[in-house]
Design a protein around this ligand. Structure first.
Ligand SMILES: N[C@@H](CC(=O)c1ccccc1NC=O)C(=O)O
Ligand SMILES: [Zn+2]
Ligand SMILES: [Zn+2]
Length: 208
């Protein structure tokens, strides 16, 4: 027991939210006193808060919704790599890193220092990286950042290029204490039928 490392942001009113987006809230809507038996809670949040996956519908009206996503993307072996102090991440930044046989790639950038505050700027994924990664067999990319594109991007070129190359997106990971290496990942989305993404509880277990 105790072998799983939680790499998820905690969800309470302190969680950082995209500027202008729905704040996170949890409340007991029907208390034990009122109901006579139970506390019944309610959460209200944007899907793009904290640790979450994007479904292609987030940036493409014809894209897949969460329920249509392959669960295999979100459970299985993953490689964590450490790329601190980058302004962007492209083929150059990855060319010296061994990605042989990697299906799920998690990138620790350390660029979002205080995750209770939404960052001013982040290193972004260069759209050209999508073709390079898909050639290697990568199907999921995860980051310790709120987006794979620059925060002010409207085109979301990296989101689109990744999707076009069959690479799915996991955002808002907490990788502060995770050393580079190979792990078992579980980060399952909820069975949301129509949604453009889903919060996930992301966990890692070191592989021998
Ligand atoms: N692309 C971001 C989310 C995003 O762009 C966003 C999320 C909530 C409210 C506004 C957003 N973008 C606005 O331009 C993501 O994938 O999480
Ligand atoms: Zn998102
Ligand atoms: Zn995204």
């Amino acid at each position: 027991m105790g072998t799983w490392i939680d790499i998820s942001q905690r969800l309470d009113e302190n969680v950082a939210v995209w500027p202008g987006d729905t704040p996170f809230s949890y409340k007991v809507n029907w208390s034990k006193e009122e109901s006579g038996s139970v506390n019944v809670g309610q959460i209200n949040m944007s899907i793009h808060t904290g640790t979450h996956i994007d479904a292609p519908f987030h940036f493409d009206n014809d894209g897949k919704r969460v329920i249509e996503l392959d669960l295999d993307l979100y459970i299985g072996s993953a490689r964590v790599i450490h790329l601190p102090n980058k302004t962007s991440i492209g083929v150059n930044e990855l060319s010296s890193i061994d990605l042989d046989g990697v299906t799920r790639l998690l990138i620790r950038t350390d660029a979002w220092k205080d995750q209770s505050v939404f960052p001013q700027s982040i290193p972004h994924i260069q759209p050209e990286l999508a073709a390079y990664l898909s050639e290697l067999g990568v199907r999921l990319i995860g980051l310790d950042l709120p987006s794979v594109d620059p925060l002010d991007s409207k085109e979301l070129s990296a989101h689109h290029e990744l999707a076009e190359h069959g690479i799915h997106i996991l955002e808002g990971l907490v990788l502060d204490d995770v050393l580079p290496g190979d792990y078992e990942l579980a980060a399952l989305p909820l069975p949301l039928v129509e949604a453009d993404g889903s919060p996930v509880r992301a966990v890692l277990k070191k592989l021998p």
